[in-house]
Design a protein around this ligand. Structure first.
Ligand code: 3PG
Ligand code: MG
Length: 397
């Protein structure tokens, strides 16, 4: 794999450093409700500031179509300042006079956050004039936003054509973890893929069967596979129009010598609600009115003993309806076992994707995994084997 220039090679002292970060954090009542992404970019910002660089932050927030005050980055910049424990100045625009004046006022070691890049529609179009305006504010560009790297936008990709480009520390950590998980993993390697729908993960499953030794399928999408094998899934979530697709994936897996692991027993209920009366049944004994909401105890045991036989695990998507107790049991018990093996030095565990991170946080295991990516869509596209524009631009050519 081609490598990347990192901050080790960047001479930032006295320079204006444009740093693309992902500050697209969840907010509730005007306050940041999960600061994980802010915490992840703090080391890069701190390091550049310590080395005497002028840190100019570029980020998007939400999906505004042009200027929209409710998508301002101002409250996020304030949250960033408290994580960094240093002042963060703010400019009301990411280009033009407001940005230029704010940058001109900076001293080495200062941190400035520019307003939401998506307030300009040219950002998403990767418009060359807009890229040039952004580029005029800096001497070099550091991309620390892996979770936005699936976007070929001006601030995530375009700038790399204009300025010397470097990977920030979080980008570096993400790439390192992902390489260990799928590019050059210690084998055997297993993947857990869960979540509701096969239809959203067809490319991902197709890519994984060619790369991993064991593919463990959970969540609603497992029902589609069970149905494809002729099992009755009752009222469960199931994409009945995708049964032949599921069969194709299983055939592809067999040809590639990838073992597919499906639940052998499941927890069923007749209502989709927390603490609905439920029972564990064999996959062959699902009733017409049953809804499969989690994997059963024998399946959990099987997955756990399987994890003890592999060296690497990449995880995307929960096993069951993890947002409803007790249907989070499968996800929690498998996550707990994976965390223990990781801590014992026996397993490399890399997880990512929006729901996955929420599930692992809820299970209290995220800290004990080798790496938990903060990326949603970018993690999926990476698992699909697609090149990410924001990563490709950083490769040394
Ligand atoms: C994310 O939250 O997944 C990233 O910040 C990318 O945001 P986007 O999906 O709106 O491009
Ligand atoms: Mg997204």
């Amino acid at each position: 794999m081609a490598s990347f220039r990192t901050l080790d090679e960047a001479d930032v002292s006295g320079k204006r450093v444009l740093v693309r970060v992902d500050l697209n954090v969840p907010m509730e009542d005007g306050k940041v409700s999960d600061a994980t992404r802010i915490e992840r970019v703090a080391p890069t910002i701190g390091e550049i500031a310590e080395k005497g660089g002028k840190v100019i932050l570029l980020a998007h927030f939400g999906r505004p179509k042009g200027l929209d005050a409710k998508n301002s980055l101002k409250p996020v910049a304030a949250a960033l300042a408290s994580v960094l424990k240093r002042p963060v100045a703010f400019a009301e625009d990411c280009i033009g006079p407001a940005a230029e004046a704010a940058v001109a006022a900076m001293k080495p070691g200062d941190v400035l956050c520019l307003e939401n890049t998506r307030f300009h529609q040219e950002e998403e179009k990767n418009d060359p004039d807009f890229v040039a305006k952004l580029a005029s504010l800096g001497d070099l560009w550091v991309n620390d936003a892996f979770s936005a790297a699936h976007r070929a936008h001006a601030s995530t990709e375009g700038l790399g054509h204009k300025l010397p480009a470097f990977a920030g520390r979080t980008m570096q950590a993400e790439l390192d973890a992902l390489t260990k998980a799928l590019e050059a993993p210690q084998r055997p390697v297993a993947a857990i893929v869960g979540g509701a729908k096969v239809s959203t993960k067809l490319d991902l499953l197709g890519n994984l069967v060619a790369k991993v030794d064991v593919l463990i399928i959970g969540g609603g999408m497992a029902n589609t596979f069970l149905a494809a094998l002729g099992r009755n899934v009752g009222k469960s979530l199931c994409e009945h129009d995708l049964l032949s697709m599921a069969r194709e994936i299983m055939d592809k897996a067999e040809a590639a010598n990838c073992e597919i692991v499906l639940p052998v027993d499941v927890v069923v209920a007749q209502k989709f609600e927390a603490n609905a009366p439920s029972r564990a049944v064999d996959v062959g004994a699902v009733g017409a009115d049953d809804m499969i909401l989690d994997i059963g105890p024998r399946s959990i045991e099987r997955v756990v003993s399987l994890l003890a036989r592999v060296k690497t695990l990449v995880w995307n998507g929960p096993f069951g309806a993890f947002e409803l107790e007790p249907f989070d049991t499968g996800t929690i018990e498998v996550a707990e076992a994976a965390a223990e093996l990781t801590q014992a030095g026996k397993l490399v565990t890399v997880a990512g994707g929006g729901d996955t991170v929420a599930a692992l946080n809820a299970a209290g295991v995220a800290d004990r995994f080798t790496y938990v990516s903060t990326a949603g869509g970018a993690f999926l596209e990476w698992m699909e084997g697609k090149p990410l524009p924001g990563v490709e631009i950083l490769r040394i050519r």
